[in-house]
Design a protein around this ligand. Structure first.
Ligand code: F6P
Length: 549
């Protein structure tokens, strides 16, 4: 069904009017006027807690945003997604990452095929394989147990398993060291190969399509390296594949008995729950991998059933939409106050920006508002000593998602209190800021002379009124991590529906791929006539000249 342009809808116009009426209110005013704000503008589900009270909005704003979500069909499309309807309209595919974490016995058919049965058959295969590798029953070609796993993949076939393995490092098998090679830059593969031994290394070639240029080049390099260091008939003990493309896997030379399949209804950036999560299951074991899936499933159930006003992913999406659309935030910074979530901002970049970084509606019209903000970030407290200066006093307003666990998975004294103190202090500082009057009073109390106060006061003033969310969990365990990722997946979905975007294709990556292929042929082949603009031709010539050295 063709949606009306976003700004023409009654619900959007009501929100715009509400924004105009309330634009003078500051976060300080809102907190001063209502001491119930924290309890009213926060919610919890699936072991996660979301405090969105430090955004410049109130209950009336949430009601208007939820009205818009209903008018745009969020609930209808959500149900269609869970039911396996082909909501990825440009690729005519169902979008069923939620089926990957559905418990056994929940029949769901897509094109007549029982998806739940297929999913659990592969999970059984993953359990059997990972148990053998972890126990030492799976041996390399010289009879030694596996000590190193090298995952070769890129985008969704890398970012998810890499981020999750790091996040769950406290649960990792002590013998298995995980490596991730994604970049076509040979320095990436070179660094990994320098650390491993062909006798005890397992390579996972992970690619949905099994055609991605970077992954295929890395896979061939790894195979050649193995053949130089191992022996040809040992390949089957050291190479497995994760893919939807059985034929290409066989052609590459991997025994298809050692292939872990998945399906076209799993988007790359939503695939960590599928066999793409094999490195996770190897590292933490099938039991914890199941907990990870269960945590996501619990969040799915919440997303499916909770009213939008109490629905965590919907709230996160609506608040983000408000900040993007009406408050003018062009980017969103992710600040995990947990070192093990170091790769989470990078993971969210693909999830959010590859999903909603688009400017055309589902029916092919240009969108009439800005869409996905730039997502970026780094762990606190490191980020505080790098770019938080700009977030506090720069000219742009950037909302921040603070993410923290109430309890650590280490027992080092004092660190966790210091970490949480910084996390909470930052969101407080962004919200309250410090007025020039307060700065002046503070300096005067310290006995600073008047002329010095005049000089310093503007520099020491913080505008405040800068929005943030805080997401808390008890401890970063597999279930909580599963729920956290699912929270952001569904947030992305809701925002895509609000903008009337198909969040599940990624045509924007195609042009560069095609041009790179052409230039690669020029760099490696015979001299060819200059075919590009003067800049591109000049750069190609420089690279060719360097080859001669
Ligand atoms: O180029 C973008 C992309 O298609 C991503 O969406 C995907 O996660 C990545 O490439 C890797 O794709 P594949 O798993 O097919 O190698």
């Amino acid at each position: 069904m063709r949606q009306p342009a976003l700004t023409t809808t009654a619900a959007y116009q009501a929100l715009a009017a509400h924004h105009a009426e309330t634009r003078q209110r500051t976060l300080r005013d809102l907190f001063a006027a209502d001491n119930q704000r924290f309890s009213q503008l926060s919610a919890g589900a699936a072991g996660l807690f979301l405090d969105y009270s430090k955004n410049r909005l109130d209950g009336a704003t949430i009601k208007l945003l939820a009205d818009l979500a209903r008018e745009r069909g969020v609930e209808r499309l959500r149900d269609a997604m869970f039911a396996g309807e082909k909501i990825n309209i440009t690729e005519q595919r169902a979008v069923l990452h939620t089926a990957l974490r559905m418990p056994r016995g929940n029949a769901l058919k897509v094109d007549g095929q029982d998806v739940n049965a297929d999913v659990h058959a592969v999970l059984d295969q993953i359990r059997d394989f990972t148990d053998r590798v972890r126990s030492g029953a799976w041996l390399g070609h010289t009879g030694k147990p596996i000590t190193d796993v090298v995952n070769i993949g890129i985008g969704g076939s890398d970012l998810g398993p890499k981020m999750v393995c790091l996040a769950l490092r406290s649960y990792a098998h002590p013998r298995l060291k995980m490596h991730f090679v994604s970049n076509v830059d040979g320095h990436d593969m070179d660094a990994a190969l320098a650390q491993v031994n062909a006798e005890t290394t397992l390579f996972i070639v992970a690619s949905k399509t099994f055609t991605t240029a970077e992954t295929m080049m890395n896979a061939h390099t790894a195979r050649n390296w193995f053949l130089q260091h191992g022996k040809e008939d040992g390949l089957a003990k050291h190479f497995v594949a994760v893919s939807t493309n059985k034929e290409a896997v066989g052609k590459f030379g991997i025994d298809t008995a050692n292939m872990f399949p998945f399906w076209d209804w799993v988007g790359g950036r939503y695939s960590v729950w599928s066999a793409i999560g094999l490195p996770v299951a190897l590292s933490v074991g099938f039991g914890y991998f199941s907990d990870f899936l269960a945590g996501a499933h619990e969040l799915d159930q919440h997303f499916r059933t909770a009213p939008l006003e109490k629905n965590l992913p919907a709230l996160l999406a609506l608040v983000g939409f408000w900040n993007r659309q009406f408050e003018g935030a062009a980017s969103l910074s992710i600040a995990p106050y947990h070192q093990d979530l170091n790769r989470f901002p990078a993971y969210l970049q693909q999830l959010d920006m590859e999903s909603n970084g688009k400017r055309i509606t589902r029916s092919g019209q240009p969108v009439d508002t800005p869409t996905c903000p730039v997502v970026w970030g780094e762990c606190g407290t490191n980020a505080q000593h790098a770019y938080f200066q700009l977030l506090h006093q720069g000219t742009d307003m950037t909302p921040i998602d603070f993410i923290a666990a109430l309890r650590p998975t280490h027992d080092l004294e004092g660190h966790h209190d210091a970490l949480l103190a910084n996390c909470f202090a930052q969101s407080e500082a962004f919200m309250t800021g410090k007025t020039e009057l307060e700065v002046r009073a503070e300096l005067a109390a310290q006995g600073v002379p008047g002329a010095q106060i005049d000089l310093l006061a503007p520099h020491k003033t913080f505008p405040g009124n800068r929005p943030s969310n805080t997401i808390l969990m008890d401890v970063l365990n597999p279930a909580a991590l599963g729920a956290l990722i699912a929270l952001y997946e569904h947030k992305t979905f809701v925002q895509g529906v609000l903008w009337d975007i198909n969040s599940f294709d990624q045509w924007g990556v195609e042009l560069g791929k095609v041009l790179a292929k052409a230039i690669q042929a020029e760099l490696t082949g015979e001299p060819q006539p200059a075919r590009h603009d003067s800049s591109t031709n000049g750069l190609i010539e420089m690279a060719k000249a360097a080859q001669e050295l």
